[in-house]
Design a protein around this ligand. Sequence first.
Ligand code: ZN
Length: 143
Amino acid sequence: MDKLERLYRQVIMEHYKNPRNKGLKNKDGYHKVHIKNPSCGDDITVETKVEDGIVKEVNHEGSGCSICCSSASVMSETLKNKPVEKALQIKDEYLKMLMDKDRDETVELEDAIAYVGVKKFPARIKCASIAWKAFERAIKESE
Ligand code: ZN
C-alpha cells in the first residue's frame, strides 16, 4: 500500500468509526430515500432538507459494510451546505470516479476522493455509491 492509499484508508475508517450526520430527524420539509444493496446487506436511508437552493441538511441511518457506512458519512459532510447544483455536480463526478469514467478533475471531491481505489473492486462500487444515489433521489423528490 502506498502513502496515499494508506491516507485514504484512514479517512474511510475514521468516518466508519465516527460517522457524521448520523440519525434521521424525520421532520417536515425533509425528504427521505431508502436503498438496499442485497449483494452485501447494506441498508441505508438518507434524508435531505433544501432551503433557498442550499442543501441545509443531509442525514443518514442504516447498517452495512464499512465502505457503505463510511461513504454515507463522507457524502453527508461533503454535500451539506452546498448549493443544490454544486452538490449534484460533485455527486456526478464522484460516481464517474467510481466507474473509472473520464471526469472533470477541477471539481473538488474533498474527502470523497478517498474512494478512488474502489474502482478496482467492482463488487464494492455499489457499496460506495448507494448513499450518494439515495441523496440524488431525495433531492429530485424535493424539487
Ligand atoms: Zn457493502
